[in-house]
Write a protein that binds this ligand. Structure first.
Ligand code: CXA
Ligand code: CA
Ligand code: ZN
Length: 451
């Protein structure tokens, strides 16, 4: 067995967390002083919000999977500790496992100035809310109609458009070119991932014709970007001016007031199989009532199936962007095994070789996702298990809570999005035949000419 790699994994982080904890009472005072917003007051919403905790003790994959099965989300993994997001009930379950918990500071909650509701607060105004992202995208499509097109592929639970953008030369034609998919924002609080998608759209349109690698890729690939899988959750997270630490979508659950499904536990491959998700709607990792029960998952699943042309899936590779911990992850998440049904040694080696090379360029840590903890119903397991797409998850900046956790300031956006440019280009360049990475192009990619 490989030595476990540790997510984040820096003791200085704990000192930084401790320093930040001293600022927590200030945030609480601000929340109380803020004006009420209907239908609930800001104070009531803070009471309902989950919090992050540092959990001392869990040291193995099995212990972390047990930790995750309390229904908390596991946000950071260290050698003998983890950071979780939990409500009161989940925190109590974690204590019952015998671990000690230390509450971390809540995300910043600047007083909501009137007119600033439903938008990012000061220090975050360069993040795009849903309307701002839509306007940015529409502007790019208007400016670059030959290489960028927009399609509404369906609607979220609350009726927001879910968009797919296509980037390619001769964009209006469905050419016989390898396709690559980039998705973002399954988890509401992971706002930096929308900026990542917008960065790709901006970079690829503005540098077509001047940047050789970009030009070559737009000339020979069809690139799909789905910039926002969870628009309802994202808007909910920022709606009061105070971040809600929201993860799931905003779909109601029958028979309870608890709202939302964890989209990254809802995909229809080994759904709910392996203690890697929760059946309790109150939990952060609630898997939904049935596989693909979330409309957002249905919309994207249908889109991916629609790229099966003449019995052949056109999409060869994918990255799903998340935050945080600076990781490059690959399937499977539902099992600790590296190989097995649906994952040959060559498949695994291809995943690992490409994943490690991408990680060498962005400085993230590469590993199979189950090194963290077991998950079932995650998108990359589905994209590979169901569609044989080489699908990765990138957990973006920061490496730990000390860098802002789920809510880093907008000043990091340019650096932390452009940081992934080379890795994205690498994946695009390998997409005509991923098995070339292990020297087996002849074996796997001959005859059809296109991987
Ligand atoms: C993850 C992503 C994909 C497969 C397995 C695990 C990690 C991800 C999650 O738990 O869905 N972490 S995160 N973004 O903090 O929620
Ligand atoms: Ca094309
Ligand atoms: Zn996530």
């Amino acid at each position: 067995m490989r030595p476990p790699r540790i997510r984040g994994g820096r003791t200085t982080v704990l000192a930084a967390i401790l320093a930040l904890a001293l600022a927590a009472p200030l945030a609480a005072a601000q929340a109380q002083a803020s004006p009420p917003t209907s239908p609930t007051t800001r104070a009531e919403q803070s009471a309902d919000r989950p919090h992050q905790y540092e959990v001392t003790g869990p040291a193995t994959r099995a212990e972390r999977t047990a930790l995750a099965s309390t229904g908390a989300s596991v946000d950071e993994v260290h050698a003998r500790a983890a950071v979780i997001t939990a409500d009161g009930a989940q925190a109590a379950l974690v204590r019952q496992l015998g671990y000690s918990l230390r509450k971390l500071p809540d995300p910043p909650s600047p007083p909501a100035a009137s007119g600033r509701i439903k938008d990012f607060p000061d220090g975050y105004t360069n993040y795009h809310n849903y309307d701002e992202a839509t306007k940015e995208i529409d502007g790019l499509v208007a400016k670059h109609p030959d290489i960028l097109s927009k399609e509404v592929i369906g609607k979220s639970h609350e009726g927001r458009d879910i968009l797919a953008l296509k980037l390619s030369k001769n964009v209006t034609k469905d050419e016989n070119e390898p396709e690559v998919l980039f998705t973002a924002h399954q988890h509401a609080r992971e706002h930096l991932t929308v900026e990542m998608a917008l960065y790709l759209l901006n970079e690829f349109t503005s540098k077509y014709g001047s940047d050789d690698r970009i030009t070559k890729m737009l000339d020979s690939r069809e690139i799909w970007v789905i910039p926002d899988l969870n628009p309802d959750g994202g808007e909910y997270d920022i709606a009061t001016g105070e971040f809600q630490m929201w993860r799931k979508n905003r779909q109601p659950n029958a028979g309870t007031d608890e709202v939302g499904t964890d989209l990254n536990r809802n995909w229809d491959f080994k759904w709910g199989c392996c203690n890697g998700s929760s059946d309790d709607p109150a939990d952060e990792t609630y898997r939904g009532a049935s596989a693909a029960s979330a409309p957002e998952v249905q919309v994207v699943s249908k889109f991916v199936h629609s790229r099966n042309v003449g019995g052949k899936q056109q999409i060869k590779a994918a990255i799903d962007f998340h935050t945080y911990s600076e990781l490059v992850l690959w399937p499977f998440g539902f099992t600790n095994d590296e190989t097995g049904p649906g994952m040959t040694q060559d498949d695994h080696d291809t995943f690992a070789t490409i994943g490690k090379k991408m990680a060498a360029s962005n400085g993230y840590t590469p590993e199979q996702s189950s090194e963290l903890y077991i998950t079932d119903g995650a998108i990359d397991d589905w994209l590979w298990g169901d569609q044989k797409i080489f699908a990765y998850t990138f957990e973006m900046y920061p490496s730990s809570n000390g860098g802002g956790g789920f809510y880093p300031k907008d000043s990091v956006i340019p650096k932390e999005t452009s940081r992934n440019k080379d890795a994205v280009l690498q994946l695009l360049e390998t997409a005509d035949c991923p098995y070339r990475a292990i020297g087996k192009e002849d074996q796997y990619c001959k005859g059809n000419g296109k991987g």
